[in-house]
Design a protein around this ligand. Structure first.
Ligand SMILES: [Zn+2]
Length: 272
């Protein structure tokens, strides 16, 4: 999740994050501040002072320890674009992160949130191109742990019958999963995406079961659940529903990351 200190689109303070997560009984939190280099919308800034983050994070961690809050893990969500690979490697090497998320917010030169083109592309073509982009991102870099919100392309599509479906792009999904599995990288299930589908009144609330089943059948084991919370009232959003759903599809454990290593999350089974 994000804080207002380093993510310009978030509104929760670290103190609010700690308090809310503690009240919900969440024991591990990954703070994954946005880092989008060469962001195409010049009036917005999604890069921050890495050195400052490295300096201040230990104080958040101590504060949480002091008040009996969650264990805080220092992470980052790095926005990928094809020309950024070397700079992304430099960013990851700059700090001793616990976890590194890679995401793609920029599609055909525009942030998906702002894109006027995106909703006009037929669903199948849009999904195919985006998953293909994620497969390329996953293949070209090694310095990450998790692919964030694979369904971000659909987040701002208002069509109630739209979602990201395995059937739209099986070859692209298989390529993505093949890379993730060979490289021991994780697939994130993003509960903000689920919430968006609920708000839209979508016919497809939960991630397409064929996506999860295919990932598992190809040998995928590493799955994370992220609320992607930017405000404290979004922490842990739909976690119970998501955990039960994943279990029903054959997922027996989910992970969080500590020192760049996956840790099986004992809290997962608490939700059943
Ligand atoms: Zn994101």
């Amino acid at each position: 999740m994000h804080t207002a200190v380093f993510s310009s689109d978030a509104s929760q303070t670290p103190e609010e994050l700690i308090k809310s997560a503690k009240a919900l009984g969440i024991k591990h939190v990954s703070v994954t501040e946005h880092f989008d280099m060469d962001y195409p919308h010049k009036d917005e800034c999604f890069v921050f002072d890495l050195e400052e983050y490295g300096k201040v994070f230990p104080s958040w961690r101590s504060l949480s320890e002091k008040v009996g809050g969650p264990e805080l893990n220092m992470g980052i969500e790095i926005g990928w674009q094809p020309h950024l690979n070397d700079r992304i490697i430099g960013t990851v090497n700059a700090l001793p992160f616990d976890t590194v998320l890679l995401s793609a917010h920029v599609f055909r030169g525009s942030e998906i949130f702002y894109s006027t083109e995106c909703p006009l592309i037929p669903r199948k073509e849009r999904n195919k191109e985006y998953i293909s982009l994620l497969a390329r991102m996953a293949r070209e870099l090694d310095c990450y742990d998790i692919i964030a919100h694979y369904d971000y392309i659909n987040r701002y599509i208002e069509d109630k019958d739209s979602a990201v479906f395995y059937k739209d792009c099986p070859e692209e999904f298989d390529e993505l999963f093949d890379v993730l599995i060979k490289k021991d990288k994780a697939l994130e299930i993003n509960t903000s995406s689920i919430d968006k589908q609920i708000v839209k009144g979508s016919s497809y609330i939960m991630p397409d079961p064929d996506i999860i089943r295919r990932y598992i059948s190809m040998g995928g084991k590493l799955i994370t659940i992220g609320s992607d919370a930017h405000k404290s009232d979004r922490i842990g959003l739909h976690f119970e529903k998501t955990a039960k759903y994943l279990k029903s599809l054959g997922v027996s454990e989910v992970f969080y990351y500590k020192n760049r290593q996956p840790v099986s999350d004992p809290e997962f089974s608490d939700y059943f």
